[in-house]
Design a protein around this ligand. Structure first.
Ligand SMILES: [Zn+2]
Length: 296
C-alpha cells in the first residue's frame, strides 16, 4: 500500500470539492429556508414568473431557469465564500442569513430588469442590498473573474453589513477573485496564476481621491479597479493583523486617516506616508517584460 504525496491528496480534495457533476437540487419556492427582503428580488421573479426555479447551498440561495446554468454558479459561489472567509479569518457571521443570487438567461428578460438597479458595467452584474442579479447566456461564459468579483461583494456585505468604502469593496473583490479564479482553474488542471496590474506612475489616482470616492470615476474605470486592488494587496502584505483591524474600523465607518493611524501606527502614521510607499509599489514592474507577460 502506498501513501499518496500530500500535493496529490490536496489536489484530490480540491477536485472533490469542485466536482460539479452533481447538479444543484431544485427546491420549491415555499420550501426555501429564507426569503429575500430585497424588493428587487420580488421584481426579478415577476419577470416571466413561471420560468423560475430555486435552490440553495450552505451560504447562498439561487433563483434560476436551468439547473445546468445555476450549478457552476453555485460551485463558484461556495468556493469564493471559503476563500474570503479564510483570507479575512472569519467564520460564519453571527447570523446565518444567506445571500440571494438571481440568474437570468435571456437578453430580453435582463433588459426588462436592468433599469431597476445600478449595473456594474465591467462585470455586467447588479449587486444590490446583499443580493446579486446576473445574466448568463448559456452560449457565452462569464469572462475570467467577473462572477467571482460579484460574489466577493456579496460575502463582504455579509461580513460588513453597514457597508465599506468603494475602493475597499472593489479592491478586495479584484484581489480575492483573481487569486481564487486562478486556484479554481489550477484545481481543474488549467495553468493559471493571479495577475495584479501595475499602473504607470503618472496615471495613479491620488490617494485621497481614491479612498474617498463613492462612485467609480467614469474616465478612470480601469485605473480605479487596478489601483484599489493594489492598495488592498499592499496593506494586507505589509501586516495582516493590522489589515484585519483596519478593515473592521472601515466597516464601522471610521475615516480612512483615523483607521490608518490607529492600526498602522508604526508603519503609516499618516496617509501621506502611506501614499509615498504605495505609489512606488503600485507602479512597480510597470512597462517591464514581467508586466507584459503578466497582463491579461
Ligand atoms: Zn465590483
Amino acid at each position: 500500500m502506498s501513501i499518496l504525496p500530500l500535493s496529490i491528496l490536496c489536489a484530490l480534495t480540491a477536485y472533490a470539492q469542485l466536482n460539479d457533476s452533481t447538479s444543484l437540487a431544485e427546491v420549491e419556492f415555499a420550501q426555501l429556508t429564507q426569503r429575500d427582503p430585497n424588493p428587487l428580488g420580488e421584481k426579478a421573479l415577476s419577470i416571466n414568473p413561471t420560468q423560475w426555479k430555486h435552490g440553495e447551498t450552505e451560504h447562498f440561495i439561487y433563483h434560476f431557469v436551468h439547473s445546468y446554468i445555476a450549478t457552476p454558479v453555485s460551485v463558484e459561489a461556495e468556493f469564493h465564500y471559503r476563500v474570503i472567509a479564510k483570507e479575512l479569518e472569519r467564520n460564519q457571521p453571527a447570523t446565518d442569513t444567506k445571500s440571494h443570487v438571481y440568474v437570468f438567461e435571456t437578453a430580453q428578460d435582463w433588459a426588462q430588469f436592468q433599469g431597476l438597479g445600478e449595473l456594474e458595467k465591467w462585470t455586467g452584474g447588479i449587486h444590490s442590498g446583499g443580493s446579486l442579479f446576473i445574466v448568463r447566456n448559456p452560449k457565452q461564459k462569464f469572462s475570467g473573474n467577473a462572477l467571482g468579483h460579484e460574489i466577493v461583494h456579496l460575502v463582504i456585505h455579509r461580513f460588513y453589513p453597514d457597508g465599506v468604502p468603494l475602493w475597499f469593496n472593489e479592491g478586495i473583490a479584484q484581489f480575492i477573485s483573481k487569486s481564487a479564479t486562478s486556484s479554481y482553474q489550477r484545481a481543474r488542471g488549467y495553468i493559471s496564476k493571479p495577475h495584479s496590474i501595475a499602473i504607470a506612475l503618472d496615471d495613479l489616482i491620488p490617494l485621497p481621491l481614491l479612498v474617498n470616492a463613492t462612485r467609480v470615476p467614469n474616465d478612470h474605470v480601469e485605473t480605479f479597479y487596478n489601483e484599489s486592488e493594489r492598495l488592498v494587496r499592499f496593506l494586507a502584505a505589509e501586516d495582516k493583523a493590522s489589515f484585519l483591524l483596519f478593515l473592521d474600523a472601515l466597516g464601522r465607518h471610521q475615516p480612512f486617516e483615523t483607521a490608518l493611524s490607529r492600526n498602522y501606527a508604526g508603519k503609516f502614521p499618516t496617509s501621506a506616508v502611506l501614499e509615498e510607499k504605495f505609489r512606488e509599489y503600485a507602479s512597480k514592474d510597470f512597462g517591464t517584460t514581467l508586466q507584459q507577460a503578466d497582463a491579461d
